[in-house]
Each structure stands twice: as C-alpha cells, then as structure tokens.
Design a protein around this ligand. Structure first.
Ligand SMILES: [Ca+2]
Ligand SMILES: [Ca+2]
Length: 182
C-alpha cells in the first residue's frame, strides 16, 4: 500500500494544474454576441436575453464541470432584483446558468465582471430596458419608453452604435407585459 500515497499526491497535482479554463474557448451566451449584458426585472417572466449561459472550457476545448462561476456588477448604477441568479457551478457540459434580473445602465466596459474559478473570464457593459434616462427603478414603464425613444446608448442593447429594430424587439418584451421586481 505504501506507493499509494505518492501516487495520490501526483494525481492531485495533475488535477489541480490542469484545472485552468480558457478565456478564448469559453463562451457567454448571448452576451458575447451582444458585446454586453442585458439586465431586466424578472417579473412576470424573465426576458430571454437575461437568461445567460456561461460555458467554461479548457485549453483543449473540453467542457469543465464543477467550476464556480459568478457575475458581479461594478458600481451602484445597477439595481439587482431579489430573483437574480448571479452565481452557479458548471454542470457536466461546462454550463452555468445565470439570471440577470436587475435594472439600470452602466456603460463602463467592466461594469459586469464574470469570474470562473476565481479567474476573470469576461467584462461587459450593462444595458437594460429599465432605464429612464437617470437610472433603473426595477420597473419598465412609460418613462423608460421615453428614454428608449430618445435613442440614448443605454438602450443600444446589442451595442451596434444605434438604437434600432433589434433593440426594440428586446424593449418590447419588457414593455408589453411590464417587467418589474420588488
Ligand atoms: Ca424604469
Ligand atoms: Ca442597437
């Protein structure tokens, strides 16, 4: 039995040293495509863009299970709803699921930081249908519509430089059944 302990030690070392995710191979859906995160109050139903999947992969492009993932907002500009899910652990497919239930806008490029296993994976700007020109009050209503109509960058959810049809589709999801949270 004596050789077992060194063998275990070597195994543990191999596991710990291979435990390193790849920023390039990992992905954050849909935020990578949008160039930012979209937050929105989650009542009565979360809008699709606020359901975020973080896929953690290693340098060999293999999914990494059991990796703790969390998303943090950098400033006081974002009002987080009680139903928000900002952390999780990856499943067998390397996926962790977040729910970005919140309001407000923060155009700092590192307004949202996603960390996997303690290592930064992404930073993003934060946009939301819940922005009335001054901030987010956890309700999407006429004040937010007025701000949307003025075309301010906080409503450019896909970060393509204009507030257009693709942004209107997102806003409408939050406005038609008015989004809110306590
Ligand atoms: Ca609002
Ligand atoms: Ca846009």
């Amino acid at each position: 039995m004596k050789p077992l302990l060194p063998a275990l030690a070597i195994l543990a070392l191999a596991v710990s040293t291979s435990f390193s995710q790849s920023v390039v191979n990992s992905s954050v859906i849909p935020c990578d495509a949008l160039g930012g995160v979209i937050v929105c109050p989650d009542m009565p139903n979360p809008i699709p863009a606020t359901k975020v999947t973080v896929v953690v992969r290693d340098a060999g492009n293999n999914p990494m299970p059991n990796v703790p993932v969390n998303l943090g907002f950098g400033s006081g500009a974002i009002n987080v709803c009680p139903g928000a899910i900002l952390s999780g652990v990856t499943n067998a497919n390397g996926e962790a699921f977040l729910l970005l239930a919140a309001g407000g806008c923060d155009q700092n490029p590192s307004a949202a930081k996603i960390v996997a296993n303690g290592i930064p994976l992404r930073t993003f700007v934060v946009k939301s249908p819940d922005f009335d020109g001054a901030g987010g009050d956890k309700a999407v209503n006429l004040a937010d519509l007025a701000s949307f109509s003025s075309g301010v960058p906080c409503h450019d959810y896909d970060n393509n430089g204009t507030v257009g049809l693709s942004d209107l589709i997102v806003f409408a999801q939050a406005f038609v059944n008015p989004a809110w949270c306590p």
